[in-house]
Write a protein that binds this ligand. Structure first.
Ligand SMILES: Nc1nc2c(ncn2[C@@H]2O[C@H](COP(=O)(O)OP(=O)(O)OP(=O)(O)O)[C@@H](O)[C@H]2O)c(=O)[nH]1
Ligand SMILES: [Mg+2]
Length: 340
């Protein structure tokens, strides 16, 4: 199916519509406080990757709406043909004993049951949102309390993949990149070919971002062992830990594990600010620093590629990287078109 339906559900005021605005409409976090509560649900189609579209269903979390989704008719409409469910809770809602509100747990459990009945293959992503409101040293323990309670209520160890997130931090991009990567069918082909492009550019690392959202789709380097905090790691599917074949030297692990999410966040903020000075859309970025050379440019009509090379190699200039990318472009366009 070329259209992928993603349900965005969870407690009222937990931040669902804010995420949607930040990721898909480039709204800056501070402006999300102006959003009003979502009445029933809003479905929007976003052109997403290749000819694929993502149909995002943002479901208002107030009790009356939740009850309406969980009637027999509501279930048939909402929970059928779902590719992924994103379920959001607000981290601050734990009670003094460290327990989430009973009603939140009940709705979560009922939604999982409805999904299991209508779209049993759909993966579930739990986002514990508003982490910025918790002191850094307490974040992991509060996150763990949520995950423990949610696991207890659904009675299954591997029922969901969870992330601690904040609209103000790159953690939001980490979580949403994981969601969209599940929706890309030929991810391993893309990854392998990025490895080859990386080799041909003599690069240290190459990554592919979706154009509108700037979410990370694929990368040439091996995923570092997943030891991020605020991620329920053992539940991440295999694709996140698989070594990349044929990636050669490009498998060098570089810098911070969250560098791609930081790049997503920075480029989005840059694009937002650049609009104040120019009506031209963002096209590309080149940097020649003392220790690395960086090129970020369009790869296909729906993606950007980021290539990073060592500045110790004087032959690897931005122009040479751009030339290699232009040679690889038709190949990546064909790969995207072939994705079923
Ligand atoms: N501090 C903080 N505030 C957030 C975050 N995400 C969202 N908010 C704020 O939370 C409030 C509610 O956000 P919404 O996105 O409208 O919540 P919702 O989940 O869509 O709510 P319903 O539509 O009623 O279900 C807004 O004022 C947002 O600015 C976050 O990560 N941190
Ligand atoms: Mg909303």
């Amino acid at each position: 199916m070329r259209e992928k339906k993603v349900l965005l559900m969870g407690d009222a005021a937990s931040g669902k519509s804010s995420m949607r605005a930040a990721i898909f409409k480039n709204t800056i976090p501070d402006l999300t406080s102006r959003l009003s509560t979502t009445h029933s649900y809003e479905m929007e189609n976003y052109k997403f990757f290749g000819s694929r579209s993502l149909s995002l269903v943002d479901c208002g979390g107030q009790h009356g709406f939740m009850e309406s989704y969980l009637t027999d008719d509501g279930e048939k409409i909402l929970f059928a043909h779902v590719s992924a469910l994103i379920y959001v809770f607000e981290v601050t809602k734990l009670d003094s004993a460290g327990r989430p509100p009973e009603l939140s747990l009940q709705y979560f459990s009922r939604c999982l049951k409805a999904l299991g009945k209508r779209s049993p293959q759909a993966p579930v992503f739990v986002l514990i949102q508003k982490m910025d409101l918790i002191q850094p040293e307490k974040r992991q323990s509060e996150f763990d309390m949520w995950i423990k309670a949610l696991k207890q209520i659904c009675g299954q160890e591997d029922a969901f993949i969870a992330f601690g997130t904040s609209i103000y931090e790159d953690t939001l991009y980490r979580a949403w990149s994981a969601v969209v990567r599940i929706l890309v069918p030929n991810l391993s082909d893309l990854t392998r070919n990025l490895g080859l492009l990386s080799q041909s550019c003599g690069a240290l690392e190459t990554a592919m971002f979706e154009k509108t959202t700037f979410l990370l789709i694929a990368r040439s380097s091996v995923e570092e062992p997943v030891n991020h905090s605020l991620v329920s790691t053992h539940l991440l599917p295999d694709i996140y830990n698989k070594p990349v074949e044929d990636a050669g030297d490009a498998t060098v692990a570089l810098g911070q594990a969250n560098r791609f999410e930081m790049i997503s966040k920075l480029i989005k903020a840059f694009k937002h600010d650049a609009r104040r000075f120019s009506s031209e859309p963002f096209d590309s970025l080149r940097m020649e620093m003392s220790d690395f050379t960086l090129v970020l440019t369009s790869l296909t009509p729906t993606s950007y590629v980021l290539v990073i090379a060592s500045a110790k190699e004087p032959r690897i200039t931005p122009d040479a990287i751009v030339l290699n990318i232009s040679h690889a472009r038709p190949h990546f366009e064909a790969l995207q078109a072939a994705a079923k």
